[in-house]
Design a protein. Structure first.
Length: 255
């Protein structure tokens, strides 16, 4: 069931969104050669703790997962697309890192992700990140009253396909509110003028993820969580929580 939020609820979600933005900024600032992924998780935990927020990631266990998720961020490096478990892996110069984070404040959730490189990016990594970010912007621009979910999906997919990137078909955006994952699903590719009509008060997480090799295939790592590109190519992932309003899209996870 799709829940339409009140203006007050969207304001409350904005509070959670700022906490997520702060956590992601802190994680990015801490990322450097030699830093362990679990150290980045500790950085995010400290931000959530200081804000009085809890994590919708920690202990989360969807049907596909063999164990509850053990961290407050997903940290996916190089060929990892999403759901990377922060472990003892140490970052190296040139790594492409995607970090996804959520927060719950007073019962309302926020969810956002970004990709960056450790040190100077390779040109091909910069292009991948720039294109994925541009696809997110295109998806947000399509999130207007009277449009449809398919218009968002088409906007995202058009950017990725034109650049020659792969798009994993089974993973995309979603509704968000009292829980991290709600209806509706927001695919990262699709046909325009299809799906749910967007109304004032619909809040969704829009999250393109592109695969540099051009193929769509992926596999689950041995931890049961991390999804990796089958061809070994690198991946990028950007996400914002966005409210559809009569005044246009409102991004709730900006700093």
């Amino acid at each position: 069931m799709v829940e339409i939020k009140t203006d007050a609820s969207m304001d409350a979600m904005r509070v959670a969104g700022r906490v997520v933005a702060d956590a992601l900024a802190a994680v990015r600032a801490a990322a450097a050669p030699g830093v362990r992924l679990r150290d980045l998780d500790e950085v995010a935990r400290a931000v959530l703790r200081e804000a009085g927020a809890t994590s919708p990631f920690l202990g989360y266990r969807p049907s596909f997962a063999p164990t509850p998720f053990p961290a407050v961020i997903c940290a996916s490096v190089n060929d990892a697309i999403v759901h990377g478990v922060p472990d003892g892996t140490r970052l190296r110069d040139g790594d492409l890192v995607s970090v996804d984070c959520g927060a719950v404040v007073d019962g309302w959730a926020g969810d956002s992700a970004l990709s960056f490189t450790v040190g100077a990016p390779r040109p091909e990594d910069q292009r991948l990140m720039d294109t994925t970010r541009r696809a997110l912007e295109a998806g947000i621009a399509a999130a207007v009253v009277g449009a449809r979910i398919g218009d968002i999906s088409h906007a995202i997919g058009s950017v990725g396909r034109a650049a020659g990137y792969g798009i994993p078909e089974d993973f995309g955006g979603h509704g968000i509110g009292r829980t991290m994952h709600e209806d509706p699903a927001v695919p990262n590719d699709g046909r325009p003028n299809r799906g749910l009509v967007l109304r004032h008060g619909l809040v969704i997480a829009i999250e393109p993820m592109f695969l540099a090799g051009g193929g769509n295939a992926y596999y689950a790592d041995s931890d049961g969580w991390t999804l990796r590109t089958t061809d070994g190519s690198r991946a990028a992932h950007f996400e914002h929580t966005v409210a559809v309003t009569d005044d246009g899209p409102r991004v709730l996870t900006l700093p």
